[in-house]
Design a protein around this ligand. Structure first.
Ligand SMILES: NC(=O)c1ccc[n+]([C@@H]2O[C@H](COP(=O)([O-])OP(=O)(O)OC[C@H]3O[C@@H](n4cnc5c(N)ncnc54)[C@H](OP(=O)(O)O)[C@@H]3O)[C@@H](O)[C@H]2O)c1
Length: 323
């Protein structure tokens, strides 16, 4: 099998494609022939040693993988041979073959392509967890989504619209804004030319009920001021590389709130509660209420390029490696 290996925490161009023997199959595991491996912003951070999770070196990169079950370990009754499954592993997923515990794979809903299936879980669950479980937003409320043409941002546009929110999408390029409109944003703001805070207040009337921020930096700090009474600033991530320093006086004013979101860590502590949320999300996908994007494809051996494009804002929606 082939794998994208991180031998040391280093720039992306030092990732290595290795030929490796097929991994042994243990009881309770399934063997999967990989058909698509989702590319996430977090994958690029992990291999550079810039993320809070640092796997022991060397390790195979990639956290979301879809493939076909080709072999069942002793005792496995589900999934079955030939099933298409999604593996959410954190790392180890940029490989042409994987073995994984059968009780931790998810059979992929039929209506999702391999690419969609390999790219929706982290983005959509972050958005769903944030908007429903953490922020408890209600139909009719105004939601301002920063980084709305990227993975977790676009998912928030889609989930937000499905929840009945009025979504204002912020993105730097026309392609990204068009993508957000295609997922139901009621208005878009061009972050490269417009004053995002002022436009958000203008569009929503008296300010927005929530700011969903995967970008951080100056724009995040500014957008705190776009919140109306009791509005929430939802901290998702810092794609800009800068952690915003929120002025406490602006939180005090208008009784605003700051809501932190760390979906991955929460899953580790609350697997059963996460399963319930995943079920709700899958039901929304099956009912056609949300529509995970069809990702841009890269050949498997171009993993470093895909990660670099992701980090440098060139990916619209999501990207996937195809062996
Ligand atoms: N809290 C959680 O549980 C959780 C879960 C998953 C991911 N995250 C975090 O969320 C963030 C976004 O992840 P993602 O998967 O959505 O990434 P992504 O697909 O690359 O999207 C990030 C967006 O951020 C914007 N951006 C602005 N300045 C940027 C810069 N200097 N470099 C890169 N992007 C910049 C870009 O939009 P424009 O070009 O339109 O500005 C880009 O489309 C990351 O920090 C990630 O670690 C958090």
């Amino acid at each position: 099998m082939r794998a994208v290996v991180c031998q040391q925490f280093a720039p992306l161009d030092q990732l290595v494609i290795e030929e490796r023997p097929s991994p042994a199959l243990a009881p309770g595991q399934v063997r999967v022939r990989v058909t698509a491996a989702g590319v996430n912003f977090v994958d690029a951070l992990i291999v550079q040693g810039l993320y809070q999770i640092k796997p022991p070196l060397p390790f195979v990169a990639g956290g979301e993988t879809v493939g076909v079950v080709t072999e069942l370990g002793e005792g496995v009754t589900s999934p079955t041979l030939g099933d298409r499954v999604l593996i959410t592993s954190g790392f180890g997923g940029f490989a042409t073959e994987m073995v994984y515990p059968a009780d931790r794979v998810l059979v992929v809903p039929a209506m999702l392509s391999d690419g969609q299936a390999a790219t929706f879980m982290q983005s959509y669950m972050t958005a769903y967890f944030a908007l429903v479980h953490r922020a408890n937003l209600q139909p009719g409320q105004w939601l301002l989504v920063l980084g709305a043409g990227g993975g977790v941002g676009l998912a928030a546009v889609d989930v937000g619209r499905a929840l009945g929110l009025q979504v204002i999408a912020v993105a730097s390029s026309q392609d990204k804004r068009d993508m957000a409109l295609s997922r139901g944003a009621v208005a878009v703001i061009d972050s490269s030319t417009e004053d995002v805070k002022a436009r958000a207040k203008e569009i929503s009337g008296d300010g927005v009920d929530a700011v969903y921020d995967p970008v951080g930096g100056r724009m995040g700090e500014e957008c705190l001021r776009a919140l109306r009474e009791d509005g929430q600033y939802i901290v998702i991530g810092f794609a800009s590389g800068e952690i915003p320093k929120l002025p406490a006086n602006q939180v005090l004013l208008r009784n605003r709130r700051v809501t932190g979101v760390d979906w991955g860590a929460w899953v580790g502590r609350n697997p059963a509660a996460n399963q319930a949320l995943v079920k709700q999300l899958i039901a929304m996908i099956e009912a056609g209420k949300v529509h995970p994007v069809e990702p841009v494809s890269y050949p498997f051996d171009h993993a470093a390029q895909a990660l670099a494009d992701q980090q440098q804002r060139r990916v619209v929606g999501k990207a996937v490696l195809v062996p």
